[in-house]
Design a protein around this ligand. Sequence first.
Ligand SMILES: Nc1nc2c(ncn2[C@@H]2O[C@H](COP(=O)(O)OP(=O)(O)OP(=O)(O)O)[C@@H](O)[C@H]2O)c(=O)[nH]1
Ligand SMILES: [Mg+2]
Length: 328
Amino acid sequence: MADHLDDLLRRFHAGSKRAAARLISIVEDQRPEAHEVLDRLFRNIGRAARIGITGPPGAGKSTLVDQLVQAYVARGERVGVVAVDPTSPFTGGALLGDRVRMGPVAQDPAVFFRSLASRGSLGGLSLHTAEVADVLDAFGCDAVLVETVGVGQSELDVAAKAHTTVVVLVPESGDGIQAMKAGLMEIADVFVVNKADRSGAEQLAAEIAATLDLKEWGRWRPPVLLVQARDGRGIDTVVRALDEHRDFLVREGGLAAKQRRALESRVRDLVQDRLVRMVLEMPETQALLDAGLDAIGRGDSTPYRLSNAILAASRRGLAGANASSRKG
Ligand SMILES: Nc1nc2c(ncn2[C@@H]2O[C@H](COP(=O)(O)OP(=O)(O)OP(=O)(O)O)[C@@H](O)[C@H]2O)c(=O)[nH]1
Ligand SMILES: [Mg+2]
């Protein structure tokens, strides 16, 4: 196994897209060797610009990503794209189906495209997305673009791990107000008002600008850009805004601070993910659950009391595990 991994990493560092795809699968599926892969790649990361693209369904995020990728490739850069698909809790399948399509640019040797299903684990979505972005960063991508639908907290968490977040809105069905409700206004470094060929685009841009006016901005006020992604209009302004935001972050020291915050959020996610799994997978937990649910059914317990009992048992279990690992 170690030999196999050494070989895979060697081919990865030599630039093999197939090796990169294999490593990403290992990370995405959380196979046993995933931790070792991430540990070994860790010192090679930190170079890529991590850009989150979020916004309501159908706003034109994928179309914009496709255009941005073409622009980056045209200037000789290597680009990674991670598209996060919310998974349906009922079918386990991708909720929006084939929502992430990429044009011929995905075939370019300088482009690496990957679609991720979110699987709905606690803290899992943003964690695994960041880990896949790590692999692409270590692969030598100059930019890693992460597309998420801005509908839920976990999607916002994904955006929170980006260096630069682009919020894409469209002049339809009160998008501006929805965006404010969904917390998208707070996370945007750049606003793109897409489908500027439709009526109402300028009005939406003006509304966003008016909202921005209500706040004091330091040295970076999010620009509001009118774009027609489908026809490639205004893409140059987005590329420029992304470059400027990165320069701003590097110049003002914000990049280091963002990287530190993103790392903190990663470690918290890791602890949360693993702790929850540890507790739920303890054999006592199932027994306590079975007995406790019976007791609740008889009116002798409550969900809070049962969860307290499970937590108390897990604390004893963890203390026991600590004691034996100190002895060993
Ligand atoms: N009129 C118009 N349509 C556009 C423009 N940009 C994209 N579209 C169309 O909008 C539709 C949705 O585009 P996507 O890029 O798939 O949108 P998305 O935000 O990635 O969608 P989801 O990933 O499903 O949330 C497609 O039919 C695009 O062709 C534009 O500038 N003007
Ligand atoms: Mg899309």
